[in-house]
Write a protein that binds this ligand. Sequence first.
Ligand code: FAD
Length: 661
Amino acid sequence: MAFSEQFDVVVVGAGHAGCEAAVAAARMGLKTALFTLSVELIAQMSCNPAVGGIAKGHLVREIDALGGVMGEVTDAVGIQFRLLNTSRGPAVWSPRAQCDKAQYRVKMREVLAREPLLTVKEAEVADVLLESSDCSLQSSGGERQAEDRSLKTEDLRRARRAVGIKLRDGREIGARAVIITTGTFLNGLIHCGEQTHPAGRSGEPPSQLLGEALKLLGLRGTRLKTGTPPRLDGRTIDWSRFTAQPGDAEPTPFSFRTKTIKQRQVPCYIAFTSEETHRVIRENVHRSPMYSGQIKSIGPRYCPSIEDKIVKFPDKTTHQLFLEPEGLNTDEVYVNGMSTSLPVEVQLAMIASVPGLETAKMLRPGYAIEYDAIDPTELERTLETKKIAGLYLAGQINGTSGYEEAGAQGIMAGINAALKLKGEAPLVLDRTEAYIAILIDDLISKGTNEPYRMFTSRAEFRLHLRIDNADRRLTPHGRRVGMIADADWAEFQAKQERVRRMAAVLGKAKRTGDGGRWPEAAGQTFAQLLKRPEVSIELLRRELERAYPEFFARPAEDAAVNAAVIRNELKSVETEIKYAGYLAQQERAIERLKKSEQRTIPEWFEYATVSGLSREMKEKLAHVRPRTLGQASRIPGVTPAAVSLVNVFIEIQRKRLAISS
Ligand SMILES: Cc1cc2nc3c(=O)[nH]c(=O)nc-3n(C[C@H](O)[C@H](O)[C@H](O)COP(=O)(O)OP(=O)(O)OC[C@H]3O[C@@H](n4cnc5c(N)ncnc54)[C@H](O)[C@@H]3O)c2cc1C
């Protein structure tokens, strides 16, 4: 088959998932092409101009630790940085940054252009080209095998392999792996009041051809919804009426490689809805597509529309809003907390009813968008589809919501597509190692019937999965697969050595003098003193600067960033000391979990023949085909009893197979 061009890896869609996937595959030595509808809108922030926040900040740190780019780009264009939850335990400390949207796109294009093996192309992908076992080339419409459950995954997979893509203009591009990251574009439909129009997001066409083509591949699909708030003209807002919320004086960078943050920092502003706002919404909620029945698909529970808030919390007299700047060179303001799909004229009345926004002009109305997504239980832990070899899916297409969740899937799909083509073992992280692993495991084991958002509460061992130790947990993996450059690896090792020495100093060095504020602790080690709840490592800083001055000596590029980096490294050491007992206890639980994860379930395993297993259990397990007992135990509704039955029958079937072969 003559393709007009041939690549190792083709990525479809240059959103937050696609950019990570493309950089990963190219950096690992694969000839990669990134196709997208508009190169000007690469890495467009469809919704809020912010990266990070609770648990999302953890994901960005983990992407960075693996060698990904979202953290670096955010640090380069962030216009406000805040470390959230610092009054609570270190497990929930999480960075968040307002970004200059336009500069985010520019910076991401620079980062993509740095990869010599990466080619970016503007074109609409209309179809995935498959090769079936008889080597006949098929476009997706060629065969229909979807619901034939008797065919095992391997048979199906052996049956078909992705070998390229077809563009809307008819060109066929060859690829040994195809990664689809098309976000909200597949059969996207925008709703604003009674108005609807096909779109991928505001002002951009939907992806209908590819949407239909993916349906013909026999992958189970779903239809989801998300929404966005209106944007206002900042020149028409009376800012004096609002409370400013500035960022941290010493910005905490997302990337472990960031040395300086020099761009101007700006505040956000806090506003509140009024009784009048609630009256306007109550009187028009029947015209909201979510309440009129126009939209039937499910939206993100954790990002409720303002209509939802008014309906679900009728007693609340006001709701907090955040007025967030979309950039340094634009007057556009994002109204966080006012996501809506009410008719335009209702939105105008809603905005005018917010104290301080009486004269504000709306630049863009809020809207909701419905789009096709794929049931993520169709995927392996590498994000390769079970039914089609060489086809990977990442991002919103898998039922998640958020730039960070998308980026996390993108880097894993890119890394694993590359590893497979290089004939190397896949990178499969487990739940005890990373939020990225929890995200993927939840999706492929449980599926999702609403846009999935990451939370720290989804982690069994969140004290282990902190932002400060993401590099210790994941950078060695990034290095193994070829994502971490020598200089960055050397810096990582130097930091680990620095932190290890600080822990040694704290554990061994006895405090000199009269004990200062803690005379009764004179002569104790720093670590013994740190065990006291009222003592923080920051309080011991002066003494530590004398005990281990090299730890505090950093390159003089950016004092503010240095201060934040040193504070985070000290916090990391402090946490290991203060929570040592709890961490050790968790360590034991982690070992137990790892054991069940190691118990793999063979691909040929027959659930239908497991006597004692209910029909419902057999169906659930055959539907997901978990790879390990651990994964089986996380499928909703699968009981521990069912898991131990499967465990017993693995041996029984193995013996039967041995006898029959
Ligand atoms: C209206 C709206 C509201 C949102 N609200 C929220 C929210 O409140 N909270 C939240 O966390 N997230 C929200 N999001 C989601 C967030 O934007 C996404 O989660 C994130 O952008 C997903 O990243 P992605 O890489 O999967 O896809 P996207 O960032 O959507 O990128 C998809 C890319 O694929 C390209 N593409 C699509 N089809 C084709 C094709 N056939 N050929 C070539 N290229 C193609 C597009 O050009 C685009 O570059 C919202 C998104 C939208 C549109």
